[in-house]
Ligand binder design. Structure first.
Ligand SMILES: C[S@@+](CC[C@H](N)C(=O)[O-])C[C@H]1O[C@@H](n2cnc3c(N)ncnc32)[C@H](O)[C@@H]1O
Length: 262
């Protein structure tokens, strides 16, 4: 007897499995200005739940939190005693963006002791300074969504890799985006320099703005994380996967159909 085909979750029904995060995704996420997709936020926070279940602890970091849309979801996914650092120039589109960021965090239940707001330029930041800000604790998730140039992403990737916990993951925004084709060059050059790192999963886009994210991890963690992501998000796995020659990884998508061949 053939198995029933699982129905893919939609952006509205996908869950992280953390009640505080899922409540925010349902009732707050779309009200906070930002660019990351709800689909990606649910899966990244689902990955933080998986980390907690596996005993992987530590803070989180976002480069480019803007008004806090994705940052708040990360903060709500933390467990006891963990914090999230938001690094931003906070000068775009105007200097008041930092006040809106703080107000959004407070409104959606991110306690002041849970968050560290850091008005700084990630391009000139040294790993020692970021680690000091984190109280010496290495982050388990870093979301890179700052300046979208090849040089800046290269710098942000090196900064993230230098501070990342052994079981940490790096999430990259705006991958495969038609407006930022050189970001892919930076990623492939990075993977060439860091043979211990690999792409764990691709989180497909919702729209051009709510673009694709890549999730990177150390190769020794790939199988454990992949198995857990499959358990949680089987219905949203695009069947053919992604070919990084020779490494293959999961593609999680709202659209799991293949081309029809007659
Ligand atoms: C596309 S927005 C981020 C959106 C947000 N992460 C979300 O998901 O809604 C990019 C942010 O990166 C910040 N940024 C750009 N260059 C930066 C740099 N060199 N250092 C720190 N932040 C930077 C910008 O100020 C802006 O707030």
């Amino acid at each position: 007897m053939s198995q029933p085909v699982p129905v893919p979750h939609t952006s509205a029904t996908i869950r992280s499995g953390i009640p505080a995060v899922d409540g925010y995704l349902d009732a707050g996420y779309a009200t906070v200005p930002g660019m990351s997709s709800r689909f990606a936020a649910a899966i990244c926070c689902g990955l933080m739940r998986i980390q907690s279940e596996l005993g992987v602890a530590g803070p989180a970091v976002e480069v480019g939190p803007f008004e806090g849309r994705f940052f708040i979801a990360l903060a709500l996914a933390l467990t006891h005693g963990e914090t999230v650092v938001g690094i931003d120039l906070f000068d775009w589109p105007n200097p008041e963006v930092i006040d809106r960021f703080e107000a959004n965090c407070s409104k959606h239940g991110v306690l002041a002791e849970r968050r560290i707001t850091w008005k700084a330029d990630s391009r000139t930041m040294q790993p020692e300074a970021l680690l000091a800000k984190l109280g010496g604790r290495r982050p388990r998730l870093i979301h890179i969504d700052g300046e979208h140039s090849r040089a800046a992403l290269t710098k942000d990737l090196e900064l993230a890799t230098a501070v990342l916990a052994p079981a940490g993951v790096i999430v990259l925004d705006d991958m495969l985006h038609p407006g930022y084709p050189t970001l892919m060059v930076a990623v492939h050059e990075y993977l060439g320099r860091h043979s211990d790192m690999c792409v764990l999963a691709i989180i497909d886009r919702e729209t051009v703005v709510a673009a694709t994210k890549f999730v990177l991890c150390r190769s020794e963690w790939f199988k454990r994380y992949e198995a857990k992501l499959l358990e949680s998000y089987q219905a949203n796995v695009w069947p053919l996967g992604a070919d990084f020659e020779p490494h293959w990884c999961l593609v999680l998508s709202l659209d799991t159909k293949l081309a029809e061949i007659t």
